[in-house]
Design a protein around this ligand. Structure first.
Ligand SMILES: Nc1nc2c(ncn2[C@@H]2O[C@H](COP(=O)(O)OP(=O)(O)OP(=O)(O)O)[C@@H](O)[C@H]2O)c(=O)[nH]1
Ligand SMILES: [Mg+2]
Length: 444
């Protein structure tokens, strides 16, 4: 995937990376080549123009030309623009309600784009996350559609709801929702019919289903191979029905990248998932940074520049480790850790610093909202409490919850979690192998 654009970008980036002196002309040439590469990849022309203009503007600024490593700085700028173009981290996750009320996910898109397959893939994914999923067969146009969903439902072990002989998808949706409420399903994934082209009947049908369900997520499923055409159709669906996110399927085929690179800019909606194969497991969250590095082929340089820009203080990390070892790590330390995380590029890299944690935590496990909540909670505590959480009785916990705009259960959860991680740290620090590794890391 992204092979040709990646080849083009890698060669442009290689020609400029590492250069200790670059001229305006070098930058202009590189930007011109970037433009050609993007247009070749079938990226929307307006998106291309915006991309190169802003790259140019930033790259010609003092910061790059006068930097010690202008070539690398330039690569970093292009990378950042690319991440921006591809992603929207804040909206990337599905916005579903809590487990006690049913949420609906409406799948829509043109014929053959992968709606039914993606519905099943998503069902499997959410089921693994512990949700009670009901697949809903609301494609009543194609004769074999219900059967296809039933077969897929069987494969992923998720019940499929259908009504034999029914012609109105909205009726099916309504009945499915009622069943979900009655039988405590908390996630409905609704498969709908596709057409070859956009038509009014299809739109009217989907709007009716939307009005019945008021879905939490309305996912537009597009075949990544269709490039810019997918963008035009997405725009239409957004205007008529409203979409909350995009799933790009068939990413495993060599897509040129046009759809992925244009969609967010033009439609303003994030790509939430990509389909990477025909099997039910072949669905991945879309990570903008990962694809940006893949396109640029410059992962190493980007992380080098990032490291140099980091405000992160290595001494602080060592201090933390010593505290962990001595078991004097308190909530204030934890807060400082959470605060430095943003500067450092995520919890993942922070945890990587702890020996034995490398590769144990993935971005998937990290809940940004939770982190913000935890920070607010600790900030509402007094310093004495941060040093020794044991003095936090029920009344103070309630006050802390109020002060941080959270619930007492959030406060309790944070303390429990902190307690547990301290225990884990203590256990770890008693382990001989760990001790050796930590001393080595501390340079002792
Ligand atoms: N390689 C690959 N094939 C996919 C992917 N997603 C779907 N497909 C294939 O694309 C074809 C169409 O998929 P469907 O899920 O039936 O598409 P649909 O949008 O439901 O089609 P209609 O219901 O006819 O509108 C099937 O052969 C799928 O196996 C993917 O991510 N990668
Ligand atoms: Mg289908």
């Amino acid at each position: 995937m992204f092979d040709s654009i990646s080849n083009a970008f890698s060669s442009i980036m290689r020609s400029i990376a590492g250069k200790s002196k670059i001229s305006e002309k070098n930058i202009q040439d590189a930007v011109e080549e970037i433009k050609v590469a993007l247009l070749d990849a079938d990226v929307n022309i307006r998106v291309v123009r915006r991309f190169i203009n802003s790259t140019m503007e930033e790259a010609l600024g003092e910061k790059v030309l006068k930097a010690v490593d202008p070539g690398d700085q330039f690569v970093k700028i292009v990378y950042d623009k690319m991440v921006n173009l591809l992603g929207d981290e804040d909206n990337q996750k599905l916005n579903l309600k809590g487990p006690d009320t049913p949420s609906s996910i409406l799948m829509m898109g043109l014929q053959g784009s992968g709606k039914t397959t993606t519905a099943a893939k998503l069902a499997l994914r959410l089921k693994k996350e512990g949700r009670r999923v009901l697949l809903v067969a609301a494609d009543l146009v194609r004769p074999a559609a219900i059967l296809q969903l039933q077969v897929l439902g069987e494969t992923v072990g998720v019940e499929v709801f259908s009504i034999e002989g029914e012609k109105d998808p909205a009726t099916v949706a309504k009945a499915a929702f009622a069943k979900a409420k009655k039988e405590q399903f908390n996630t409905l994934i609704v498969d709908t019919s596709g057409r070859m082209h956009l038509d009014e009947v299809l739109m009217a049908e989907i709007k009716k289903v939307r009005d019945v369900l008021k879905p939490e997520e309305t996912l537009f499923v597009a075949d990544a191979m269709t490039g810019q055409q997918a963008v035009a159709i997405a725009k239409e669906f957004e205007e008529q029905v409203g979409i909350s996110g995009v799933v790009l399927t068939k990413f495993d085929s060599d897509t040129r990248g046009g759809a992925a690179l244009s969609l967010r800019s033009v439609v303003g909606k994030p790509i939430k998932f990509i389909g990477v194969g025909e099997k039910v497991e072949d669905l991945e969250p879309f990570y903008a940074d990962r694809y940006a590095s893949r396109i640029l082929g410059m992962g190493d340089i980007v992380s080098l520049v990032e490291k140099a820009q980091e405000v992160f203080d290595e001494e602080q990390a060592i201090k933390m480790q010593q505290k962990m070892a001595k078991n004097t790590f308190d909530l204030q330390d934890y807060l400082e850790q959470l605060e430095s995380m943003n500067k450092m590029g995520g919890l993942e890299s922070m945890l990587e610093l702890i020996p034995g944690m490398k590769g144990q935590v993935s971005e998937d496990d990290i809940d940004k909202q939770e982190i913000e909540r935890e920070k607010a909670i600790i900030r509402s505590m007094t310093y004495a409490e941060r040093e020794n959480y044991l003095i936090l009785g029920p009344t103070r916990r309630r006050r802390v919850a109020k002060g941080s705009g959270t619930h007492i259960s959030d406060v309790n959860r944070l303390i429990k979690k902190f307690e547990k991680s301290r225990q884990m740290m203590r256990k770890l620090t008693r382990n001989k192998k760990y001790q050796a590794e930590m001393l080595k890391q501390m340079g002792l």
